[in-house]
Write a protein that binds this ligand. Structure first.
Ligand code: SF4
Ligand code: SF4
Length: 193
């Protein structure tokens, strides 16, 4: 994978990712503090410091492995790695970028199916109401996964405690949020051409 720079010099893979995300991959010097602090590193196929190393190699096989990995879906964007990194490398942004690339390239790990359904339901909720609408998220997620009856007995208790609102609340600036989503979709389509 490569892209043209303004001077018509082809960008390396890591250069292209840096251009898209603003994260300078080559600043990582493999100290390992991100992996040591990541709460889900033990469950990942590639812990965060290894993700960084694989991206630094500019090897398309490594990039492909990351697109198909569970690591990008197990990341919970807690920012612990960013807090600990001496170079302030924004790994959560990279993980998010890789998730979108993985979806776009249809290379998602089959084991991440439920996480991806949740991810899509979450984003749809933000797109429509401008904020998280828990009830809509739950219904959408259950329709996507077919797990309609799972945890169904918990819902009445949550209603009683006021944790679930049956009516969505729309924020004032939701048109601006929708415009951001539209722009992302537009960029995606242009990127595929
Ligand atoms: S903490 Fe930062 S510099 Fe250290 S390995 Fe992780 S990303 Fe690289
Ligand atoms: S943001 Fe993701 S990669 Fe970083 S520490 Fe949290 S879960 Fe791990």
């Amino acid at each position: 994978m490569s892209a043209s720079h303004e001077n018509n010099h082809p960008l390396s893979l890591s250069g292209e990712i840096s251009k898209d995300t603003g994260v300078v991959i080559n600043k990582c010097y493999q100290c390992g503090k991100c992996s040591a602090g990541c709460p889900v590193a033990a469950e990942m196929d590639y812990p965060p410091s290894l993700v960084m190393r694989m991206l630094q190699t500019d090897d398309s096989n490594h990039y492909d492995k990351l697109l198909k990995s569970m690591s990008i879906w197990l990341c919970v964007s807690c920012e612990m790695c960013l807090t600990r990194c001496p170079m302030e490398i924004d790994i959560p942004t990279l993980m998010d970028y890789m998730r979108q690339k993985s979806l776009g390239a249809k290379k998602t790990n089959p084991q991440a199916k439920k996480i991806i359904s949740f991810h899509k339901s979450f984003l749809d909720s933000i797109n429509i109401t401008g904020r998280l609408y828990e009830m809509g998220l739950i219904v959408d997620y259950k329709m996507r996964t077919g797990a309609m009856m799972q945890d169904v007995l918990i819902a009445p208790k949550m209603f009683v405690k006021g944790k679930l609102n049956p009516v969505p609340e729309f924020i004032k600036g939701r048109k601006k949020i929708a415009a951001i989503f539209n722009n992302i979709q537009k960029d995606k389509k242009e990127g595929q051409q």
